[in-house]
Write a protein that binds this ligand. Structure first.
Ligand code: CO
Length: 302
């Protein structure tokens, strides 16, 4: 067993998306080699309805999958296939855009005005970029949740973990997407196969992801628990931890415990041509997508 070293630590940065939604971008719209097969992660936790109610009106996607995980509030959605629905707290929507969909995603806060959740974009390999679009809507009750003897709690959104299998299936990049809670001062190890690209996104509490075998890359107590790395504002921790290679991730929870998304997937290793919500392999394919949008051929029959 080898523990994955920490490759980098970063904080999500405030950004504006859709029709004026204030959110935090964890990563995205940059070099994708480090995160392959994932393209983007947005943290849309927000407690002020004025900052999110404008939502994400009609827009296209092609060549990717978007995975929306809601913690609080609702997201109503509607798309060019005629689907319509509401994602409630604890639920997940896995949307395979494939050859193209038009959709809208409109956040509505809960009674306290909170709209909390995450949207992850996973790339599709060239062989599946023009596949038929597909939705998998999963309600909170259908997501397996396991609690270990030491109180560590894991929700398995996709992939297999502790012999539980997440409800999302048939995904090209074989992702594992977990929501993990480690109680105060507990240490826990999580197996992640070596071939996978892996990251953790901390969204509550604090802790330390350690590389026990190699002192290099281990963070000091001050760096990990102090303000410079795990700076927290009123809306909680927003730290991205990217891991190097190894087959395990080890975390030591701080005094308040720690909650994080633990995501990994098989890299696609293909060229990326990216324009807004469309991600293809070549510039020519991007031009085609733009032309399809202009000429009304974006939605394909399958
Ligand atoms: Co969208």
């Amino acid at each position: 067993m080898s523990i994955r070293p920490i490759k980098s630590l970063s904080q999500a940065t405030p950004t504006m998306e859709g029709a004026g939604v204030e959110l935090h971008r964890v990563f995205g719209f940059g070099d994708t080699t480090e995160s392959d097969p994932f393209l983007l992660l947005d943290d849309f936790r927000n407690d002020d309805p004025r900052s999110y109610l404008a939502g994400f009106p009609w827009h296209p996607h092609r060549g990717i999958e978007t995975i929306t995980y809601v913690l609080a509030g609702n997201v109503t959605h509607q798309d060019s296939l005629g689907n319509m629905g509401t994602l409630g707290p604890g639920s997940v929507q896995w949307m395979t855009a494939g050859s193209g969909i038009m959709h809208q995603e409109m956040p509505e806060g809960d009674k306290a005005g909170r709209m909390h959740g995450f949207q992850l974009w996973a790339n599709l390999p060239s062989s599946e970029k023009m596949t038929a679009p597909r939705y998998q809507d999963i309600s909170g009750e259908d997501i397996p949740e396991e609690t270990d003897d030491d109180g560590v709690k894991v929700r398995v959104i996709t992939g297999e973990f502790w012999s539980k299998k997440g409800p999302v299936d048939g995904i090209a990049t074989d992702p594992q997407y977990l929501d993990v809670l480690v109680p105060p001062r507990q240490t826990k190890r999580f197996r992640i196969d070596t071939y996978r690209t892996a990251f953790a996104y901390i969204f509550e509490g604090s802790g330390r992801f350690a590389d026990a075998s190699k002192p290099f890359g281990v963070l000091t107590e001050k760096e990990v628990m102090g303000e410079e790395v795990f700076m927290r504002d009123n809306s909680g921790n927003r730290t991205l931890v990217r891991f190097g290679s190894g087959d395990e991730v080890k975390v030591e929870a701080g005094d308040e415990g720690i909650r994080f998304l633990l995501v990994s997937g098989a890299p696609i290793k293909e060229p990326v041509a990216w324009h807004g919500p469309i991600v293809m392999n070549t510039q020519e394919e991007l031009r085609q997508a733009m032309q399809d949008l202009r000429t009304g051929h974006f939605i394909r029959a399958h």
